[in-house]
Design a protein around this ligand. Structure first.
Ligand code: PGA
Length: 243
């Protein structure tokens, strides 16, 4: 039995500041926060707002640990479409530009040890950090979270995955010339083991999938629906995505 999670609806223009404020609250409450963060377009307004929010509150994020949610395979180190590069530019560089220190960053070590070993290392690094306090997710239009594509089971750990066509196309939009076919992602079980999960959804094109995520039966066909098993799930949507 699962209950419908509470959905916080925020005007689109205020979304970034609102979620950045919530993140700052978490950092204030737990300076050693271990937080997994996504790329994609959904969180960009949050990352843009966060340095300013922290500065205004006289805070820094340097004692937190940032964990990368997922990564494409087949793009060379430093490629601008890689998730580690995107998060670096969107958030870590932004913190530095605002005069704040960069927090430690756990990326997948795919170049160093290969994809499979990088997944095992990521799980071990999360354990060594004391587990994930918070996972922030952007809801994918096909119901994926991270690169847990439709068909991903609730017990799936961090692993190599084949990407759905829409996820491949998105990589091209971020600057990959050849669409990557595979990626590595924190698994559903890894995400569900976090103390808290925030699912973000913005824009009218997420309205139907957000509705399915919240109200349809739990199913691996909509991996985001599986998050409803977690008592610490918080759904934050802008007014265009809210069903
Ligand atoms: P978006 O996608 O944030 O670029 O809309 C989310 C996702 O597909 O993970």
């Amino acid at each position: 039995m699962t209950t419908r999670p509470l959905v916080e609806v925020v005007p689109a223009a205020a979304f970034g500041e609102h979620v950045a404020g919530l993140l700052a609250d978490r950092l204030a409450a737990r300076p050693g926060l271990v937080v997994a963060l996504p790329t994609g377009s959904t969180p960009l307004s949050v990352y843009e707002a966060l340095p300013g929010v922290l500065r205004r509150r006289g805070m820094d994020a340097a004692t937190a640990t940032v964990v990368l949610l997922d990564e494409y395979l087949g793009l060379s180190a430093g490629h601008r479409a890689r998730c580690d590069e995107v998060l670096g530019r969107a958030l870590l560089d932004g913190l530095e530009a605002a005069g704040l220190r960069r927090p430690p960053f756990l990326a997948f070590e795919v170049d160093e040890v290969g994809a499979e070993a990088a997944c095992a290392r990521m799980e071990a690094a999360i354990d060594a950090a004391g587990g994930l306090d918070l996972v922030v997710l952007g809801l994918g239009a096909n119901g994926h979270v991270g690169m847990n594509e439709p068909g991903s089971a609730a017990d799936a750990r961090t692993r190599v995955v084949e990407l759905a066509p829409s996820t491949r196309d998105a990589a091209v939009g971020y600057g990959a010339t050849e669409p990557p076919t595979h990626g590595v992602t924190l698994g559903m079980a890894t995400i569900l083991a976090a103390r808290e999960i925030w699912l973000l959804a913005t824009g009218a094109r997420k309205c139907a999938i957000l509705s399915a995520t919240l109200d349809d039966p739990l199913t691996p066909d909509v991996p985001a629906s599986l998050l409803r098993r977690h008592p610490g799930l918080r759904v934050i949507a802008d007014d265009a995505a809210a069903p």
